[in-house]
Design a protein around this ligand. Structure first.
Ligand code: CRA
Length: 791
């Protein structure tokens, strides 16, 4: 499509879809018109893909996920259909700034962090590979909260409202609606049972087409919105009860109202259980309806249907599918269990005990009475089959969703090599011994279209110039860059691109935050959710110690650094919020110190999201991946940084292990205890006190916080953080501190060998092509879903 053709298409949509002429079009109108013009281009491959899948009667993948952190879609879609240049020209020709139009799109934050973003990268890869697939989730009215900082530096949360403007990508599907019940009673009827729910809502489908690289294939992201069965109680209204008249609507809509803003603790709230059942049940009904339109024999279900449970959030899929097959379609119970299992896969994303979902049996029985019975029957069946087993699904009055998912899935996967081994050895050790072939590893990946080509056009251009076209969907080809890294000219280009990205970021920080940063300094970046296991407090303690050392010894040849933090804390996570508060106040004090100004700046832009990640990662020199070993299942930010030519300082945790193996140990700043050593360390009750006693820098940094230096003299302000460090310190910040400090000084020394730094940065890019989510999805297709690509 030429720029002129696209221009005409935009004008047509301005007029007929937005009802505006060019002279009166706002930025929003222009963005919507461009979105609709691009959407038209996506519809062709979308229809083609759907028809091809029906014609071939292919097996389809159904990716069930509570979260899809898709971010903005426009730029990505334009890139995938190959219209970037035409779109820029067309929009400019119509008198609008192309970047401003792209930036007008709200960042769809229908997820918390890694798990949700992974689901979005998977959608991109499934479409790129021609894997017939549907993503199923919830159309949250409010995604993850918007973060700001109060004048005192504390996190403030406000509601996010991405749907305030109409969402240009989606198609409402009023005909695809299912009634989803809750509560009520179960009556025995012959060999099965009849569940009569007490209340119900409608699940209505909204479809977003997801187009793959070069527009060859497109799949559907189907999100469910909750609506009342009956919109409005006219009788109540006529009697003057206006609030009562709207009650059914308010109640139903609560279900798809907000995303739970916590990824690492399961809160056991009734609404959350209802959300989980709501989208899982609607998706399964949709899947069975589609199957029935093509086939009649339900025993063949697993030859046509692969359902992936993204963590345990959709774990109710097991019992619900059994119920649909047994109670509603008359399949014998054991066969229903077998059939369901043959369709289901389960991905585990965390070993953190507080994140493993468990529901009180009483709550489960109250909200989903029939499912509770089915769960007990599945549990009893498993016990009969494996009499030696000691684990069960229902235990101490709780339903354990991890065990349920494991038992109901034919494959269970971890998300990095280390994590998968820990899954086998810890949470699911006994189940693994009983089912030794069930657990497989599928190391996470990221889409290179968004995270290299879109986010870092300079680097993408250099790659294409050096190794030719076609690396975007064959990222393993980045190894072909390696010979060029020996050339001075290539390294200079690589360094110049990084420098340009840094200038752009420095300008943005200057404008947004009013903090001047030196683009020649090392950009040292930690961006991710705030959690004690991710140890942002280790980073800020080292920052304080570094500041002190620079003040004491200003001419010791320090590498100038800009420390950049980004991330949100769950609103109820007190400790994480205290760490945010501390970082903001450390930044305030350090940035005001004129004596260290040239060498150390701390910036923490608020409201970190996908869009901000796209801005920060290409401009980073150093990637902070410093979690307590054994706690970060994989990480995916770590991969994005390496691909964009940042060096990593990190522990042997999650996918860091695989990154280090690929880029080479000599090109990775390793520090800290291993997962085994952490477990050993905790056996010494006063491990933290000992570490503090041995480290004068750590001791001084903690004492400085306790002195009130960052809290206007208030000595008690950060006691939550410091007392925890001095006593419990479960995440072994203190025990790892000196090792982290030493690694940072190795980073300093490396920074001064600038050409060698660039060589290592370029090696990071060249050697991490394996982390494309295309490779991950190929793994799922071959090992778990048994689905063949259609292109
Ligand atoms: N919080 C893990 O902690 C991992 C992603 C995606 C997480 C990350 O290390 O990269 O999943 N776990 O696999 C999670 O959400 C419920 O568990 C995450 O995003």
């Amino acid at each position: 499509m030429s720029a002129t053709e696209l221009r005409d298409a935009i004008l047509k949509h301005l007029e007929y879809s937005q009802g505006k002429d060019l002279a009166h079009a706002s930025l929003y109108d222009m963005r919507m018109a461009l979105t609709l013009a691009i959407r038209d281009k996506v519809i062709e491959p979308w229809f083609r893909a759907t028809r091809a899948t029906y014609a071939a009667q292919s097996k389809r993948v159904y990716y069930l996920s509570m979260e899809f952190l898709i971010g903005r879609l426009l730029e990505d879609a334009i890139m995938n259909v190959g219209l970037t240049e035409s779109a820029r020209e067309a929009v400019l020709g119509l008198g609008f700034d192309f970047e401003a139009v792209l930036n007008d799109e709200p960042d769809a934050a229908l997820g918390n962090g890694g798990l949700g973003r992974l689901a979005a990268c998977f959608l991109d890869s499934m479409s790129t590979l021609g894997c017939p697939a549907y993503g199923y989730g919830i159309r949250y009215e409010h995604g993850l909260f918007r973060q700001s900082f109060g004048p005192d530096g504390r996190q403030i949360e406000t509601a996010e409202d991405w749907l305030r403007q109409s969402h240009g990508w989606e198609f409402e599907r009023p005909e695809a609606a299912f009634r989803i019940g809750f509560g009520g009673t179960v009556a025995e009827s012959g060999r099965s049972a009849v569940w009569t729910p007490e209340s119900a809502v409608m699940a209505k489908a909204y479809d977003t087409p997801i187009v793959g690289w070069q527009g060859k294939w497109a799949n559907t992201l189907r999100l469910w919105g909750a609506e009342p069965l009956r919109a409005f109680d006219l009788n109540a209204f006529n009697k003057g009860d206006f609030t009562g008249a709207a009650a059914p609507e308010a109640l139903a809509r609560t279900i798809s109202r907000v995303l739970y803003p916590d990824d690492t603790t399961a809160q056991g709230k009734e609404l959350r259980l209802k959300q989980e059942f709501f989208f899982t049940a609607a998706s399964l009904r949709d899947i069975l309806r589609r199957f029935a339109s093509e086939h009649s024999d339900l025993s063949a279900l697993s030859s046509r249907v692969a359902i992936q449970m993204n963590d345990t959030h959709p774990a109710i899929a097991g019992p619900e599918l059994v119920r649909l097959l047994h109670d509603e379609r008359g399949m014998e119970f054991d066969k229903a269990v077998e059939t369901a299992r043959a369709c289901l896969g389960y991905t585990n994303h965390t070993l953190m005990p507080e994140a493993l979902e468990r529901w009180p049996e009483t709550l489960m029985a109250q909200v989903l009475p029939r499912h509770m019975q089915i769960i007990e029957r599945i549990d009893a069946g498993h016990a009969r089959q494996y009499p030696s087993r000691t684990v069960s699904i229902v235990e101490n009055g709780e339903v354990k969703m991890g065990e349920l998912s494991f038992i109901m899935a034919n494959k269970v996967n971890g998300v990095s090599a280390l994590h998968t081994e820990l899954v086998k050895d810890t949470v699911f050790a006994e189940l693994h011994a009983l089912h030794p072939d069930r657990i497989v590893n599928e190391t996470n990946g990221v889409t290179p279209r968004r995270w290299v080509k879109g986010a870092n056009p300079g680097l993408a251009g250099l790659i294409t110039e050096t190794i030719g076209e076609g690396w975007e969907d064959h990222l393993e080809r980045l190894v072909e860059l390696e010979p060029a890294i020996g050339d001075q000219g290539f390294r200079d280009r690589f360094a110049a691109i990084k420098a340009e990205n840094k200038v752009a970021l420095a300008n943005w920080i200057g404008t947004e935050m009013g903090i001047p940063v030196n683009p020649d300094a090392m950009f040292d970046v930690q961006i991710k959710r705030f959690h004690e296991y991710k140890r942002q407090h280790l980073n800020i303690l080292e920052t304080i110690a570094l500041w002190q050392e620079i003040r004491a010894n200003p001419d010791a040849g320090w590498a100038p650094r800009v420390k950049i933090f980004g991330g949100k804390a769950a609103p109820g996570y007190v400790m994480a919020k205290e760490i945010i508060h501390l970082i903001n106040n450390v930044a305030r004090i350090i940035n005001a110190d004129k004596t260290t100004r040239e060498l150390l700046t701390v910036v923490y832009p608020p409201n970190y999201n996908v869009t901000m990640a796209e801005r920060l990662i290409p401009a980073s020199d150093l990637s902070e991946q410093i979690s307590t070993a054994g706690k970060e299942a994989s990480g995916t930010g770590n991969m994005k940084f390496s691909l964009n030519g940042a060096l990593t300082i990190g522990t042997l945790d999650g996918a860091n292990v695989e990154i280090r193996d690929l880029v080479g140990a000599e090109n990775f700043f390793l520090f800290g205890m291993t997962a085994d050593e952490v477990v050993e360390c905790r056996k010494t009750p006063d491990h933290a006190a000992r570490a503090i006693a041995q480290s004068k820098r750590l001791k001084a940094a903690i004492e400085m916080i306790e002195s009130g230096a960052f809290s206007h003299g208030d000595k008690a302000m950060y006691r939550g953080v410091t007392q925890n460090l001095r006593t419990h310190d479960y995440f072994t910040v203190c025990a790892d501190f000196d090792s982290y400090w030493d690694a940072q000084r190795r980073v300093d020394r490396a920074w001064f060998q600038r050409d060698d730094w660039t060589r290592i940065a370029a090696l990071n890019t060249a050697r991490t092509g394996w982390f494309s989510s295309d490779r991950t999805i190929k793994g799922y297709m071959a090992d778990i879903w048994k689905v063949a690509p259609m292109i």
